[in-house]
Design a protein around this ligand. Structure first.
Ligand code: HDE
Length: 729
C-alpha cells in the first residue's frame, strides 16, 4: 500500500468509509473460471457454435449472443460538457471547527476524515480529446459526509462567461465544434465561439482568464479550484454568511507554454491524466487546502460589484481567503468507467449548513445536473451506482425505475402512513433534517437583468493589470492566435472593440498581430443581448473603474516557487557518460522530490566511462522535451560527442530553451550547448564556470550544479528568455 511521507493524513485506506462501501462491488478474476452473466461456466470462449466447422453460426449460441449484446451496449452518452476527465479518491480534513459559521458536520470536527472523489476535466472537447486544450478545467469534488453527499462542482477559474443560466446552451453551442463539419475539436479558436463572445461583453472578464496561462495548466495537481458562485454557510443558530470556496494547490499554480501545449497534444494527449495517475501511484499524493472568503449577510451590498454575479471575483485584498482544511488525493480508481465515468456531480447536493444564493447561473445549474444524468446514465436510479451512493443508508418512498438495485421491503411506499408506523420519519433540524435558509423575498415576477450586473470591464481590467509582463504577453499571443483562426474579419474587429474597453495596449497588441486597426469607438451597441421589448440602452455595459487597480493573487508569477517535488527532469546521455556527475545530480534531484528519467540514443542500457551499466528510460524516439520540466547533460567525452551528433538531442535542448525551461550541463558537456541554436543568444560570459543565467546552469562541480539547478527548477519557467530571442523548435 502506498504511504504518504509528507502528509500527516494517515493513508490507512481501510479507514476510508467510501472505499469500504465500494468493496462489495469489486470483481477480481484471479483464480476464477470464466462464466456467463447468468453464472454458467464457459468451456469455449474462442469459437462460436456452428452448423459444421465451415457452417453458419447458430442462433441458439447464448454465449455468443450474450457477449455481443453486452458489447453492443458498452457505450453511454458522454457528458455534454466536461466529457474529457480524470478522477481520484481521497480524503478531506478540516483544520479547526467552523461552528461559528456553519453546522455542516464535516467542517466541525478536525479529527473527522471525510472521503472524497474528485474529477478534473476539460470543458469543450469530447471524451477522447487532448488534455492540453486551451480551456477551462472542471474541478468537481464529491464529499461523502456523515450527513449525505456534498458536491462542490467548481472550475479552475473563479468566474464564468455568462451571468444567467439561460445563455448556457448558446455558449456551449458556440464553443463546441461547428455543427456543419464538426471542426475544430477541443478548441475555442473558431468563428462561432468568438462571434458569440464578441456580442456578449459580460464574458470579458472570463475571456481574460481563458486566454491566460491558467487555461494550459502544467498539471491538474498545480491548479487552483473555485466554487465560482457565492454560496451561503448557515450555523446552528440559523445565521447566514455568504461564502466563496477556493482550492489552493500546495505545489503552487503552474502552466506550460502554448507552443508546448500544442506539441504535448500530439506527443501525449493523456498528459494530465497520466500525470495524476503516476503521482498517486508513486505515493506523491496531490494536496489542496480548502479556502473560504466569508462575507457577513450585512455586507451584501458593500462591494462595487454584485455578489450574485458569477462574472465577478471578490478580490482577496478585500476579503482574505482563510485556509480551513486540506484535501489529499491518495488512491486511483479501480475502474475508469465504473467510477470516473459514472460519477454524477450535482451542485444541488448540499448538506445542512450549506445553502444557495440567488445567483441566476447557480439557480439554473440546480436544474441541469440531475436532468443531464437522466439521459447520460439512463434513468432515475443513477444515485444507486456505487460511486454515487452516500456513505449513509437511504430511506425514502422513491421506488422502481430502470435498473433499480435496492430491494425495498414491506408494503409502505408513501407518507403519511400508519401501516409502517410512519417510517421513514422526517428529521427535525436538530436531528439533521435539511432546512432551507428563510431568505426574505418580496418581488415582482420579471425576466430581467439587475443593473448591478452591468459592469463588465473593471474586473477584466483588474485581471489584466495584475499580470506580470510575460503573462500579459501570453494573453495577447493567445488572443492573436485565437482571433487569427477566426475567418470573419467583422468578428475580429468587434473583439478588438471589446478588448479596447479592457486595456488599450492589449487591444493594440492583438490588433497589430491581426493587421487591424483598433476601432476608436467600439461598434454601438456592444451588448446585443437584450429582450425584444427592452430599451437596448438599459442593457449596455456601465463603464466604471473598480476600487483596486491590481490584485497579487491573480498573477501566477506570485505562486510559491519553493519546491521541485514531482517535477520531471530529463538526463540526455549516451555510452561513455560520466557516471559520477550523472549519479550525483540524480540523487540531489530525487532527494528533493523530482523524478529523473534517462534518455539515450537507444533503449536498454548505456555503458558509462567506468564500464558500468546505466538503465535507459526512453530513447529519443519515445521522449520529447515537452514532456519534461527541465533537462541536464552530464559530461563524459564519448557521451558528449554522441549527444552533440544526435539531432534529436540538440532539438530537445532547443525546444526546452524555447519553452523557457531550466537547462543544466557539466562544463565538459559545453560542446553540446554550443551545438544548439540558443548558445549564441546566451550572455557573453556564459561559458564561465558556475553560471546560472536565465535558468541555464553550467558547472564543473556536480554539487554546485545540482544546487543551482534545483533553484532554477523550482522557478518553473524563465519567461524573460522568450521575447527578445525566439528560438525555433
Ligand atoms: Fe456545469 N454542467 N453547467 N458548470 N459543470 C455539467 O453535468 C451547467 C458551470 C462543471 O466531472 C453537466 O454531469 C449549466 C459553472 C463541472 O462530472 C451539465 C451551467 C461551473 C462539470 C452542466 C453550468 C461548472 C460540469 C454536464 C450554467 C463552475 C463536470 C455533465 C448555468 C462553477 C462534472 C454533467 C464532472 C458539468 C450544466 C456552468 C462546473 C450539463 C446549465 C459556472 C466541473 O449538467
Amino acid at each position: 500500500m502506498a504511504t504518504n511521507k509528507d502528509s500527516e493524513i494517515p493513508v490507512n485506506q481501510s479507514d476510508n468509509t467510501k472505499l469500504a462501501h465500494l468493496e462489495p462491488y469489486k470483481e477480481e478474476a484471479a483464480g476464477e473460471f470464466m462464466n456467463t452473466n447468468h453464472g454458467v461456466r464457459i468451456n469455449d470462449d474462442q469459437n462460436s457454435l456452428k452448423s459444421g466447422e465451415r457452417g453458419s453460426s447458430l442462433l441458439e449460441d447464448f454465449i455468443l449472443r450474450e457477449k455481443i449484446t453486452h458489447f453492443d451496449h458498452e457505450r453511454i452518452p458522454e457528458r455534454v460538457v466536461h466529457a474529457r476527465g480524470s478522477g481520484a479518491h481521497g480524503v478531506f480534513k478540516v483544520y479547526e471547527s467552523l461552528s461559528s459559521i456553519t453546522k455542516a458536520n464535516f467542517l466541525l470536527d478536525p479529527s473527522l476524515e471525510t472521503p472524497v472523489f474528485v474529477r478534473f476535466s476539460t470543458v469543450a472537447g469530447s471524451r477522447g480529446s487532448t488534455d492540453l486544450a486551451r480551456d477551462v478545467r472542471g474541478f468537481a469534488v464529491k464529499f461523502y459526509t456523515q450527513e449525505g453527499n456534498f458536491d462542490l462542482v467548481g472550475n479552475n477559474m473563479p468566474v464564468f462567461f455568462i451571468q444567467d443560466a439561460i445563455k448556457f446552451p448558446d455558449l456551449v453551442h458556440a464553443v463546441k465544434p461547428e455543427p456543419d463539419n464538426e471542426i475544430p475539436q477541443a478548441a475555442s479558436a473558431h468563428d462561432t465561439f468568438w462571434d458569440f463572445i464578441s456580442l456578449m461583453p459580460e464574458s470579458a472578464h472570463m475571456i481574460m482568464w481563458v486566454m491566460s496561462d491558467r487555461a494550459i495548466p502544467r498539471s491538474y495537481r498545480m491548479m487552483e479550484g473555485f466554487g465560482v458562485h457565492t454560496f451561503r454557510l448557515i450555523n446552528a443558530q440559523g445565521e447566514s454568511n455568504f461564502v466563496k470556496f477556493h482550492w489552493k494547490p500546495l505545489l503552487g499554480v503552474h502552466s506550460v507554454a502554448w507552443d508546448e501545449a500544442q506539441k504535448i497534444s500530439g506527443k501525449d494527449p493523456d498528459f494530465h491524466r497520466r500525470d495524476l495517475w503516476d503521482a498517486i501511484e508513486s505515493g506523491n499524493f496531490p494536496e489542496w487546502e480548502l479556502g473560504i472568503q466569508v462575507v457577513p449577510e450585512a455586507d451584501e451590498h458593500k462591494f462595487d460589484f454584485d455578489l450574485l454575479d458569477s462574472t465577478k471575483i471578490i478580490p482577496e485584498e478585500l476579503v482574505p481567503v482563510q485556509r480551513i482544511g486540506k484535501m489529499t488525493l491518495n488512491r486511483n480508481p479501480d475502474n475508469f468507467f465504473a467510477e470516473t465515468e459514472q460519477v454524477a456531480f450535482h451542485i444541488g447536493h448540499v448538506v445542512p449548513g450549506i445553502d444557495f444564493t440567488n445567483d441566476p447561473l447557480l439557480q439554473g445549474r440546480l436544474f441541469s445536473y440531475t436532468d443531464t444524468q437522466l439521459i447520460r446514465l439512463g434513468g432515475p436510479n443513477f444515485q444507486e451506482i456505487p460511486i454515487n451512493r452516500p456513505v449513509v443508508s437511504v430511506h425514502n418512498n422513491q421506488r422502481d425505475g430502470y435498473m433499480r438495485q435496492t430491494i425495498n421491503r414491506g408494503k409502505v411506499s408513501y407518507s403519511p402512513n400508519s401501516l409502517g408506523d410512519g417510517a421513514p420519519y422526517q428529521a427535525k433540524a436538530q436531528e439533521g433534517g435539511y432546512t432551507s435558509y428563510p431568505e426574505k423575498i418580496e418581488a415582482r415576477k420579471v425576466r430581467a437583468r439587475s443593473k448591478s450586473f452591468l459592469d463588465h470591464f473593471s474586473q477584466a481590467r483588474l485581471f489584466f493589470n495584475s499580470q506580470s509582463d510575460p503573462e500579459k504577453n501570453h494573453i495577447i499571443d493567445a488572443l492573436s492566435f485565437e482571433l487569427g483562426k477566426v475567418k470573419t474579419v467583422a468578428i475580429r474587429e468587434r473583439m478588438l472593440g471589446i478588448l479596447s474597453l479592457i486595456d488599450k495596449s492589449l487591444a493594440s497588441g492583438v490588433g497589430y498581430a491581426l493587421g487591424l486597426t483598433v476601432p476608436q469607438q467600439p461598434e454601438q451597441p456592444i451588448n446585443h443581448s437584450f429582450p425584444a421589448d427592452a430599451d437596448p440602452n438599459d442593457y449596455q455595459p456601465v463603464m466604471t473603474e473598480g476600487k483596486l487597480t491590481t490584485s497579487a493573487a491573480l498573477s501566477m508569477a506570485n505562486t510559491p516557487k519553493d519546491s521541485i517535488k514531482t517535477r520531471k527532469i530529463a538526463f540526455l546521455a549516451a555510452d561513455g557518460v560520466n557516471e559520477k556527475s550523472l549519479n550525483a545530480v540524480k540523487s540531489a534531484l530525487t532527494d528533493a522530490g523530482a523524478v529523473v528519467e534517462i534518455i539515450a540514443p537507444h533503449q536498454g542500457f548505456i555503458i558509462s566511462e567506468n564500464d558500468t551499466q546505466i538503465a535507459v528510460d526512453y530513447s529519443f524516439l519515445n521522449a520529447a522535451s515537452v514532456l519534461y520540466d527541465a533537462v541536464y547533460v552530464p559530461g563524459g567525452t564519448n557521451s558528449v560527442a554522441s549527444i552533440e551528433a544526435e539531432a534529436d538531442a540538440v532539438h530537445f535542448l532547443n525546444e526546452a530553451f524555447r519553452h523557457c525551461k531550466p537547462i543544466a550541463a557539466d562544463s565538459s558537456a559545453m560542446q553540446v550547448i554550443e551545438a544548439t541554436y540558443f548558445s549564441s543568444k546566451l550572455p557573453a560570459d556564459f561559458s564561465d564556470k558556475n553560471v546560472l543565467r536565465e535558468g541555464v546552469v553550467i558547472s564543473e562541480s556536480a554539487s554546485e550544479l545540482a544546487d543551482k539547478f534545483i533553484l532554477a527548477i523550482a522557478m518553473h519557467r524563465f519567461w524573460e528568455r522568450e521575447k527578445p530571442r525566439k528560438v525555433p523548435s
